[in-house]
Design a protein around this ligand. Structure first.
Ligand code: WQD
Length: 337
C-alpha cells in the first residue's frame, strides 16, 4: 500500500513532496500534464533521492488514464496538487479554473471510489478564509466568499470532498490549507519555476535580485500593520512537503472515515517589508524596490493558528524565514537569466 499517486508531482510543492515521500518510504506515482512544470524536474527529483520515479505525462481529468494507473499500481493514497493557481489569470479566465480545478478533483474522487481507495490529501489554501475576523486564523473560522475564482475553486473543492465524506463516511481525506509557500530544496536542484512575470512575492524578489526584473513594487504601505505593508505566513516548501507525509500517515493509520481541514503555516506573520529586509540580509545585497499602490484583492493580514496541525498530525514548521529566503535565492542563482 505504499504507492501514492501524486497529481501535479513535478510542480513546486509536488516535486518537494515526492522527495519527502521517498524519504519516508513511500513510492510516488506521478501524473503531471506539464502545464506549469518542466519534465527535467523528474530527473532532478531522481538525483536527490538516487532512484527513479514512475511518471505519467497526462491530465488528471483523463479518467481512462487514471483507471489505467489504478489498475497497474496498487494505489494506497492520493495527494492531489494538480490545479491552476494564478489568482490574476483566474479573474480573466474563470472557466479555465472551474473546468480544470473542479474537473480534476471529481475525476480523482470518482476513480478512488471505483478502486476502493481512500486516503486523499488535498491542496487547499488559506485563501478560503478571505479576510479573517480573528488572527491567527484557525480552521473553524468562517469560510468567506473568495477574492478570486481561483479561491472559489478551493472552497468548492473542499465542499465537494466534504459532501463525498457525508455520503460515504468511510472516506478518508485531509484538506491542507497552505499559507504562503516559499524557498526551495536545500540541494538547489528543485524549486519554484514561475511562468512569465511572477505574481508571487518571493520569486519576484529573487528575479529582481538576479537582474531579471528591474525593480520590485511593494503593493501598499498604508495597511493597518506594524510597518504598513501586508502580513503573511511564509512557510518553507520542504516543511510544507513534510506536512503531506504526516497527513498521509494519519489517514493510513486511521481506522474510520475522516475529513479534516488543517492549516499548514508557521503560525508567525511577517510583513512584506520585513521579508525584503531579511532577504537583503541573507543575500548580502540591496534590493531595488519602491512602494506602490495596493493590489486589488489583497488581504491586509493573514497567518495561521498552527495548533491543529501539531495536535492532529504531529507536524510543525521548522525552517526559519532566513533559511527559506536563502534557499530561494540559491535556487534562483542556478537558473539562467
Ligand atoms: C504576498 C504579499 C502582496 C508581489 C497568493 C494566493 C494564495 C496562494 C499564494 C497559491 C502580498 C505582496 C506581492 C509583488 C508585493 N496561492 N507583493 N509585490 O497574495 O498572499 O497569496 O499566493 O497557490 O492563494 O492568493 O501571495 O506572494 O502574491 O503576495 O508587494 O510584486 O506580497 O501584496 O501582500 P498572496 P503573493
Amino acid at each position: 500500500m505504499s504507492n501514492i499517486l501524486v497529481t501535479g508531482g513535478l510542480g513546486f510543492i509536488g516535486s518537494h513532496t515526492c522527495v519527502e515521500l521517498i524519504n519516508a518510504g513511500f513510492t510516488p506515482i506521478v501524473i503531471d500534464n506539464l502545464g506549469n512544470s518542466e519534465v527535467w524536474i523528474k530527473e532532478r527529483i531522481e538525483k536527490i533521492v538516487e532512484q527513479s520515479i514512475t511518471f505519467y505525462e497526462g491530465d488528471c481529468r483523463d479518467k481512462e488514464l487514471l483507471n489505467q494507473i489504478f489498475t497497474t499500481h496498487a494505489i494506497g493514497g492520493v495527494i492531489h496538487f494538480a490545479a491552476h493557481k494564478a489568482v490574476g489569470e483566474s479573474v480573466s479566465e474563470p472557466l479555465k479554473y472551474y473546468e480544470n480545478n473542479l474537473g480534476g478533483l471529481t475525476a480523482i474522487l470518482e476513480t478512488t471510489q471505483k478502486h476502493n481507495c481512500s486516503n486523499l490529501v488535498f491542496s487547499s489554501s488559506c485563501t478560503v478564509y478571505g479576510t479573517p475576523d480573528h488572527l491567527p486564523v484557525n480552521e473553524s473560522a468562517q469560510i468567506k466568499s473568495a477574492e478570486s475564482p481561483y479561491g472559489t475553486t478551493k472552497i468548492i473543492c473542499e465542499k465537494i470532498i466534504q459532501d463525498l465524506f457525508a455520503a460515504d463516511p468511510a472516506y478518508k481525506a485531509i484538506l491542507l490549507r497552505y499559507f504562503n509557500p516559499i524557498g526551495a530544496h536545500s540541494t538547489s536542484l528543485i524549486g519554484e519555476l514561475p511562468l512569465g512575470i511572477p505574481s508571487n512575492l518571493v520569486p519576484f524578489i529573487t528575479q529582481t535580485a538576479a537582474g531579471i526584473r528591474e525593480s520590485l513594487t511593494v503593493f501598499g504601505n498604508d495597511y493597518n500593520t506594524k510597518d504598513g505593508s501586508c502580513v503573511r505566513d511564509f512557510i518553507h516548501v520542504t516543511d510544507l512537503a513534510k506536512a503531506h507525509i504526516k497527513a498521509l500517515e494519519f489517514l493510513i493509520n486511521k481506522k474510520e472515515g475522516t475529513c479534516e481541514a488543517v492549516n499548514i503555516g508557521t503560525g508567525n506573520g511577517n510583513t512584506v517589508l520585513e521579508l525584503i529586509s531579511a532577504f537583503e540580509k541573507v543575500s548580502e545585497q540591496k534590493l531595488n524596490y519602491s512602494i506602490g499602490k495596493r493590489r486589488d484583492g489583497d488581504v491586509e493580514a493573514v497567518y495561521a493558528d498552527a495548533k491543529k496541525s501539531k495536535e492532529l498530525l504531529g507536524w510543525e514548521a521548522k525552517i526559519s524565514l532566513e533559511q527559506s529566503l536563502l534557499d530561494a535565492w540559491n535556487w534562483q542563482k542556478t537558473l539562467k537569466k
